[in-house]
Design a protein around this ligand. Structure first.
Ligand SMILES: Nc1nc2c(ncn2[C@@H]2O[C@H](COP(=O)(O)OP(=O)(O)O)[C@@H](O)[C@H]2O)c(=O)[nH]1
Ligand SMILES: [Mg+2]
Length: 411
């Protein structure tokens, strides 16, 4: 039995979110797990105060990033912002006034080095190090400062691939500075930078009443992709994919964002399906039926995390009941109490006959696929967000219809 123990797969999947003795499922832990298992990306932003780092972040990742609020001050010159809903950690340099940059450069270099060393000595260096740096230089400057070269050297020495971002571009008006600057950088750091220069305008502004749109942001994404490894790094419970993390977090190309979210969510559905169905033809013991519902609930949290709707669906409980109530495991789902799913021992028995792992897998896959399809249909191509309706009736009706179709296919 031990090799085919049906418990093994979902025990591994559920980790410490369930207590098999009390048959309790900790939804807060499960939500946290869903966020933790999102693909991660760390970006280091460097450049003097006022060059446009914050504006750039908002332009690329949306306003929510600025609202992310207080960062965790790492050192005097560095702040780290965790944005779990986007899988992002942003390292921002602060307090460096353009005038006295040279004075603080020494401190900044020490601080960046210390933060890098801390990441290197952590339990998962690959996951905790900055994966890419954006060095920001204002294109309206008059000359390339020695400090920018020194910062590039620091990045090179720590093997952090870097994109040099010329902010505040005014196109042909600032072309001369851009050319001169890239010449200077190429001469000293060309082998490291590898032509990853980008000119951006991160906010709309107007000249003599004519509005100048944002530009260069797609190019920044493309050059950033060049920096990210194709190999995936393993964290404790899942495989991290930097490129997918960037695709999902960015707010530049909504179509690519949607594709990445669907891909990520589909992968989560596959994991959950495998966890629910490992028992194969063996019937799942009644006492373990609650674990299958816990797998499905975790899967829904994970899909929410992939689609960045975990906040919108904060009152998820009723939605969850609606979703799970549609399935064959209805009665188990109805034991939801408050924000904590509580499973009454033996509650699974009200679902009728025991089901096999194969059936549980089919149900789980159908729930996941149907839920993804519904979220996709509520995705707004104009805003890059899922519009969750204020009243969930239509949403749940659609889910039921699609679920029945999927279930017929996944038999
Ligand atoms: N026109 C234009 N203004 C910008 C651009 N980037 C930043 N700014 C403006 O420059 C000012 C400073 O930008 P901020 O992002 O706060 O700089 P930070 O100190 O590097 O974070 C703000 O008023 C921005 O609106 C840009 O690309 N184009
Ligand atoms: Mg700032």
């Amino acid at each position: 039995m031990s090799n085919h123990d049906p418990r093994k797969a979902y025990e591994k999947y559920l980790g410490d979110t369930v207590n098999y003795e009390t048959q309790e499922f900790d939804t807060n832990k499960a939500k946290q797990k869903a966020l933790n298992e999102k693909d991660k990306l760390n970006i280091l932003l460097i450049g003097a105060t006022g060059v446009g780092k914050s504006t750039l972040l908002n332009a690329v990742f949306g306003d929510d990033v600025a609202k992310a609020g207080v960062g965790e001050p790492m050192t005097q010159e560095l702040k780290k912002y965790h944005i779990p809903s986007k899988g992002l950690t942003l390292w921002d340099t602060k307090g460096i006034e353009a005038k006295d940059y040279q004075g603080t450069l020494g401190q900044l270099k020490t601080d960046i080095q210390a933060a890098i060393d801390e990441a290197l000595n952590s339990d998962n260096p690959e996951l905790n190090l900055p994966h890419v740096a954006w060095l920001c230089i204002k294109e309206t400057s008059s000359r390339v400062e020695e400090r920018d070269i020194e910062l590039l050297e620091l990045m090179r020495d720590n093997r952090i691939p870097t994109v040099v971002v010329f902010t505040n571009t005014q196109h042909e008006n600032t072309e001369a500075f851009f050319q001169a600057a890239t010449n200077v950088i190429d001469e000293k750091m060309g082998a490291f930078v590898q032509n990853r220069y980008v000119r951006v305008n991160s906010c709309v502004y107007s000249v003599m009443g004519i509005s100048v749109p944002t530009s260069g942001l797609k190019d920044l994404l493309d050059k950033t992709f060049q920096c990210l490894p194709e190999v995936k790094s393993n964290s404790q419970h899942h495989v991290n994919n930097y490129r997918e993390a960037l695709l999902k977090a960015q707010m530049i190309d909504y179509e690519k964002k949607l594709c990445a979210m669907i891909d990520g969510a589909t992968q989560k559905v596959n994991y959950a399906t495998a966890a629910a169905g490992a028992a194969g033809a063996i019937p799942i013991p009644f006492s373990d039926m609650f674990a299958i519902t816990a797998v499905q609930t975790t899967m829904i949290y994970q899909i929410n995390a992939e689609f960045e709707v975990d906040k919108e669906l904060n009152s998820i409980t009723s939605t969850l009941m609606g979703i799970l109530g549609t399935t064959g495991l209805a009665q188990v789902g109805r034991t939801v109490v408050g924000s904590l799913l509580k499973f009454i021992p033996g509650a699974g028995s009200v679902a009728g006959a025991a089901i096999s792992g194969t059936v549980a897998a089919g149900i789980t896959k159908s729930i996941g696929e149907a839920y993804i399809q519904v979220l996709k249909s509520y995705y707004n191509m104009e805003t890059g967000k899922v519009d969750i309706p204020p009243h969930m009736t239509g949403f749940l009706d659609m889910f039921k219809t699609v679920y029945e179709q999927k279930k017929a296919l996944n038999k």
